[in-house]
Write a protein that binds this ligand. Structure first.
Ligand code: ATP
Ligand code: MG
Length: 493
C-alpha cells in the first residue's frame, strides 16, 4: 500500500466517523438511492470534514434534476427553499439531534443543506455569470470545481470516498491546485482567482506555482466578474483569521490592481515620520492588530472593522508632499482616504451602511493624536464621542491598532494615553449620557420659549444649544432658556 493509499484509507475512516454526527447525510442518501438516484456529499463539506471542522453547511451533488431533488428533500424536511432552483440548487434546513450525544450536548443541530444537480458549466468568455448546464457524471461535476481540495466527494449512504484529482494528498500537504489546468479553470470563471486568495488565507495553504502563474497572466480577466461576486470573495478573505497571505497573493499577482488598486498603491509610500517603512506593510500589520483587538467589539469577525483597518491610510499616496528639509507630509490623508474608500467600496457594491461606517472611521483615525498628554477639554472629548457616533467602539480599536512602532516604550505610552481617553469618556458618559448627546431643550420647548412655529430658526436654535451643551456640559433647563433667549435677541434679524 502506498503512502497516499494509506493516508486515503485512514482519512476515509475518519470521514465516516465524522459523518456519524450528521445522520441527516445518511438519511438523505437512503431517500435518494431508494428513488434510483445517486447522492454525494461534496466540496467544502468534505474538505472541512477531513480537516475535522465540519460546519453546519452540508453541500451535496446528485444526478437527480431539481424537480426530483425538491420532491425528495420535502420528504425529509418541511423547510425547503427553491430560489436557486433554476441554477440546479435546492436548499433546506434540517433540525435534528446529533447522532452522538457528546457531539452537541444533546441539543438540536440545524443543518443547512444544499443539493445541486451535477453541473457541467459553460461560460461565455464575456459573460459575468456562469451559464448553467446539467451534467450526468460525478467526475464531470468534480473537474469543474475550483480546487482539488474542493473536488472530493463521499457517496451516500455507502460512504465511498471519491477523489479523482488527488485532493486528499493536497489537503494533507496544504497545497492549492486546480483539478484541470488553472488557465482553463480561471478562464471558465475568473472569480476562482479570488477564491485562490481566499483559500490561501482560510486554509493557510500554498498555491501551486502554476496557479500563481495563471493568476498573474490572467489577472485582467477578473474584470468580467460582477462586483457583487468580487465583493463577497474579498469579504470572505478579510474575514479569515489571517488575511495577510491572501491579500499578499492578490497584490503579487496583480489582481489587487483590478479589484482594490488603493492597496498595492500603498507600497511606494513611507510613513509620516519619514522612515522608510512601507505604508503597505504597516496597513497589513494594523489589520492584524485590529483582528487581535476585535474581542473588544460586540461581533466577531467584524468586516467594517477590517476594511477600515486595511484602508485607513489609502489617502497617503495622493497627499504625499516632500517638504523642505527632507520631511514628508501627508496632510489631510484622513479626509482624502475616507473619500477614496467611499468611492471604492461603493463600486464594489458594499452596503451604504458599511461604506459610511468605514469612511467615518478613516476620517477620524488621526483625531486621537491631537490628544497629546491628555490635555483635551471635556468639550473635545464630547466632540470625539459625538463625531464617532455608533462607530466609537471600532474607532477605539482602529486607533489602538494603528501603532506599529518597534519602540516599545512609545507604544506603551500610546496605549496608556488611549486608556486614559477611554476612562475619561466613561467618566463623562456616566455623568451625561454621552451616547445620546442632545441639547438641554428640545424642538417643542424651543418653539414655546421663542414663540415661533416650525422652521429653519428652530434648527438653528437646536444646533446652537447642542454646541453649548458640548462646550459646557449639561446646562439645566433654566440656564438653557436664558442662553437661548440671549442668542435669539442677539441674532441678526
Ligand atoms: P465556504 O462555504 O467556506 O465559502 P466552500 O468551499 O464550501 O467554502 P462554497 O462557495 O460554499 O465554498 O462552494 C461550495 C463548493 O462549490 C466548493 O467547495 C467548490 O467545490 C464549489 N465551488 C464554489 N464556487 C465555485 C466556483 N466559482 N468555481 C468552481 N467551483 C466552485
Ligand atoms: Mg460552503
Amino acid at each position: 500500500m502506498s503512502g497516499a493509499e494509506r493516508l486515503s484509507r485512514s482519512q476515509a475512516t475518519a470521514l465516516a466517523e465524522l459523518l456519524r454526527v450528521a445522520p441527516v447525510a445518511d438519511r438523505l442518501g437512503e431517500v435518494f438511492s431508494d428513488a434510483g438516484f445517486r447522492l454525494y456529499l461534496v466540496g467544502g463539506s468534505v474538505r472541512d470534514a477531513l480537516r475535522g471542522e465540519l460546519g453546519h453547511d452540508l453541500d451535496f451533488t446528485t444526478d437527480a434534476r431539481p424537480d426530483d431533488i425538491e420532491r425528495l428533500l420535502r420528504t425529509v424536511t418541511p423547510t425547503v427553499w427553491t430560489i436557486g432552483k433554476e441554477f440546479g440548487t435546492v436548499g433546506g434546513r434540517v433540525d435534528e439531534s446529533p447522532g452522538r450525544a457528546e457531539a452537541a450536548g444533546g441539543e438540536l443541530v440545524s443543518w443547512l443543506i444544499e443539493i445541486t444537480t451535477f453541473r457541467s458549466d459553460a461560460y461565455a468568455s464575456d459573460s459575468r455569470k456562469p451559464l448553467v448546464q446539467f451534467g450526468d457524471t460525478l467526475e464531470g461535476d468534480l473537474v469543474r470545481r475550483d480546487f482539488t481540495v474542493n473536488a472530493m466527494a463521499v457517496e451516500l449512504p455507502g460512504k465511498r470516498f471519491v477523489d479523482p484529482y488527488g485532493g486528499l494528498v493536497h489537503l494533507a500537504e496544504g497545497w492549492l491546485d486546480t483539478p484541470g489546468t488553472p488557465e482553463q479553470s480561471f478562464s471558465d470563471d475568473p472569480l476562482r482567482m479570488m477564491r485562490a486568495a481566499r483559500f490561501t488565507s482560510q486554509l493557510m495553504f500554498r498555491p501551486a506555482p502554476r496557479v500563481i502563474q495563471a493568476m498573474t497572466a490572467m489577472a485582467d480577466r477578473i474584470e468580467i466578474v460582477s462586483a457583487e461576486r468580487v465583493r463577497d470573495e474579498l469579504s470572505k478573505l478579510l474575514l479569515t483569521a489571517r488575511p495577510r497571505p491572501g491579500l499578499g497573493l492578490l497584490v503579487a499577482t496583480g489582481l489587487a490592481d483590478r479589484v482594490l488598486p488603493e492597496l498595492p498603491a500603498l507600497r511606494l509610500e513611507r510613513d509620516e515620520h519619514h522612515r522608510h517603512k512601507d505604508v503597505y506593510e504597516h496597513s497589513l500589520t494594523v489589520l492584524e492588530q485590529a483582528i487581535d483587538l476585535e474581542e473588544r467589539l460586540p461581533d466577531q469577525p467584524d468586516l467594517v472593522m477590517r476594511l477600515a483597518a486595511l484602508l485607513h491610510d489609502i489617502g497617503k499616496p495622493a497627499t504625499r508632499r516632500f517638504e523642505p528639509g527632507g520631511k514628508v507630509s501627508f496632510h489631510h490623508h484622513d479626509v482624502v482616504g475616507a473619500k477614496l474608500a467611499k468611492k471604492r467600496l461603493k463600486a464594489l457594491r458594499f452596503s451604504a451602511g458599511e461604506v459610511d461606517a468605514v469612511a467615518k472611521l478613516i476620517e477620524l483615525h488621526l483625531r486621537f493624536h491631537g490628544y497629546g498628554g491628555g490635555q483635551w477639554t471635556d468639550a473635545a472629548v464630547r466632540r470625539y464621542v459625538r463625531d464617532a457616533g455608533d462607530q466609537l467602539a471600532r474607532l477605539h480599536v482602529l486607533t489602538r491598532a494603528d501603532c506599529t512602532t518597534r519602540n516599545e516604550r512609545k507604544a506603551a505610552r500610546l496605549r496608556r494615553t488611549y486608556d486614559e481617553l477611554e476612562l475619561r469618556i466613561e467618566a463623562l458618559a456616566e455623568q451625561e449620557e454621552l451616547s445620546a448627546l442632545r441639547p438641554d431643550l428640545d424642538g417643542t420647548q424651543i418653539m414655546a420659549i421663542l414663540g415661533i412655529g416650525p422652521g429653519r430658526e428652530v434648527g438653528e436654535a437646536y444646533r446652537f444649544l447642542l454646541e453649548k451643551r458640548i462646550e459646557e456640559g449639561p446646562l439645566g433647563p433654566e440656564r438653557a432658556e436664558a442662553e437661548l433667549r440671549s442668542w435669539w435677541a442677539s441674532r441678526e434679524p
